[in-house]
Write a protein that binds this ligand. Structure first.
Ligand code: ZN
Length: 88
């Protein structure tokens, strides 16, 4: 009698187990690996897009502050006071 499999076929872990054993992964495991790779790619693309958007936002704030320094200082002081009031 064989020990029960730690990971059922059709999971990324089972795909890795096939590879470690030098086996040809079965179709459900191949599909799970494809889905895993796609998900990882999507997540890293989302992270990169978020980082680019954040950098663009900071550059836009800087340019806005440079174009309207007095207005920016006034808003900055207002928000600083508001922040202190909220945290008190
Ligand atoms: Zn499998």
């Amino acid at each position: 009698m064989s020990a029960p499999a730690a990971h059922a076929c059709g999971t990324y872990a089972a795909y890795q187990r096939h590879r470690k054993r030098g086996e040809q992964p079965c179709d459900p495991c191949k599909q799970a690996n494809t889905a895993y790779a796609r998900d990882r790619r999507t997540r890293s693309e989302v992270r990169r897009d978020d980082a680019l958007a954040g950098a663009a936002r900071r550059r836009a704030y800087r340019r806005l502050a440079d174009a309207h320094p007095a207005e920016f200082r006034r808003l900055y002081v207002e928000e600083t006071i508001r922040g202190h009031a909220q945290s008190a």
